[in-house]
Design a protein around this ligand. Structure first.
Ligand code: FAD
Ligand code: SF4
Ligand code: SF4
Length: 341
């Protein structure tokens, strides 16, 4: 590494202070000094807790900067990206809380059962408060239990990548994440930075989820739903975003909320995000384009192909049916227009 090591100070100036931070948490995960955090009440970007190897001790580091998906904003993904095949798919076994077709759960559960991976780094949520957290999952039963999408943001999404790689020393990890997370994993995989190499080697599969935006947890759940709409999080059976936020309650009620009403809940960093389909993932998954009960799978490379084929071969995943690619392209084109004013 040269003299021009970039540190959290550069991240702070280029990403944190400019409202570009996606909240992916890659910097938090890879900082060897555990010096970056998100603090309650200030969730737009991380803070440094007062120490930095480079800044304080002159030891070249810069891991945080090297992993950040937002330092090269112009390089963000757009549209469909490169792919081999786009298929409609669903799990061939029941997945109670699946968001779309349960295909993501089926692929990962199969990979765990077959021993192709040791762990999945993903985002789970507390069923009572709906507060999401970054988690390491190692059994297919637990994974199936945690199916479904988390639309609100509370913790750095990739935070538990450090737990998986450094603490628990897993060497074959799958990461599930929204497009900014997929882009961070790509930055990590492509980097020649010494401190990122253990992470790069351990990430065997990245499944990206289509994403239009995430909402700040406090603003969505506590302010919008609880205070304003008088909906308690534990009354909610299911949330879905498809052009609007659909809230389905345990008692059978359905409350649609237009996205225009949720503008102030959107994380600032999402406003400059141009990537709908997670172009940097090995497999991307979304609802749009496929019939109800199916997941649209964008298989991007040989790695993705391999995991999908194994799940089909083991009878865990069923594929088939037409995908409306033009519908995905229309939504992707809308997102690709976002930019910093
Ligand atoms: C914030 C967000 C916005 C989305 N917006 C759209 C959209 O506009 N259009 C569209 O077509 N699809 C969208 N999706 C994707 C869609 O909701 C489904 O995730 C996708 O279709 C896969 O469905 P599935 O049934 O195969 O996944 P499941 O089998 O239900 O598995 C989902 C997996 O993803 C993990 N997960 C859930 N939420 C997160 C998260 N926030 N970060 C990381 N991992 C997570 C779960 O732990 C689980 O392992 C969005 C997803 C998210 C999280
Ligand atoms: S975008 Fe991700 S890596 Fe970059 S500063 Fe924000 S949390 Fe850290
Ligand atoms: S829109 Fe989705 S992918 Fe983009 S920054 Fe927000 S959470 Fe990340």
């Amino acid at each position: 590494m040269g003299m021009e090591t970039k540190t959290f100070k550069n991240l702070e100036a280029e990403v944190w202070a400019t409202d570009l931070c996606s909240g992916c948490g890659a910097c938090v995960a890879v900082c060897p000094a555990d010096a970056l955090r998100f603090v309650p009440g200030k969730t737009d970007a991380p803070v440094n807790i007062g120490y930095c190897k480079s800044e304080n001790d002159g030891v070249p580091c810069g891991a945080c900067y090297a992993a950040c998906p937002r330092v090269d904003l112009a390089g963000q993904g757009r549209m469909l990206g490169a792919y081999r095949e786009i298929v409609a798919a669903r799990s061939a076994f029941p997945v109670e809380n699946k968001q779309s077709g349960g295909a993501v759960t089926a692929i990962l559960a199969n990979a765990l059962d077959e021993g192709l991976i040791d762990a999945v780094v993903t985002v789970t949520r507390d069923p009572w408060t709906l507060k999401p957290s970054s988690a390491v999952i190692t059994s297919s039963d637990a994974l199936i239990h945690h199916a479904g999408s988390r639309y609100s943001w509370w913790v750095p999404l990739l935070a538990s990548l450090k737990e998986a790689v450094v603490t628990r020393k897993y060497r074959r990890i799958a990461v599930v994440g929204v497009p900014c997370v997929a882009r961070a994993t790509q930055a990590i995989r492509a980097s020649d930075h010494d401190l990122l190499r253990p992470y790069a080697k351990a990430i065997r599969l990245v499944i990206g989820l289509f994403c239009t935006e995430t909402f700040d947890y406090a603003k969505l759940v506590e302010e919008k739903l609880q205070s304003e709409k008088k909906i308690e999080p534990w009354e909610i059976q299911r949330l879905d975003v498809k052009g609007k936020l659909d809230v389905y309650l345990q008692d059978g009620r359905h409350i649609p909320i237009p996205l225009a009403d949720l503008e102030e809940c959107v994380r600032p960093g999402c406003r400059v995000c141009t990537d709908l389909t997670a172009v940097d993932a090995d497999i991307s998954a979304g609802a749009i384009g496929s019939p109800d009960g199916y997941t649209t799978l964008v298989i991007r490379n040989d790695i993705g192909r391999g995991f999908v084929d194994r799940a089909v071969w083991k009878g865990k995943l069923a594929t088939g049916g037409n995908v409306d690619i033009a519908a995905i392209e229309r939504l992707a084109a809308k997102k690709a227009e976002r930019r910093k004013e």
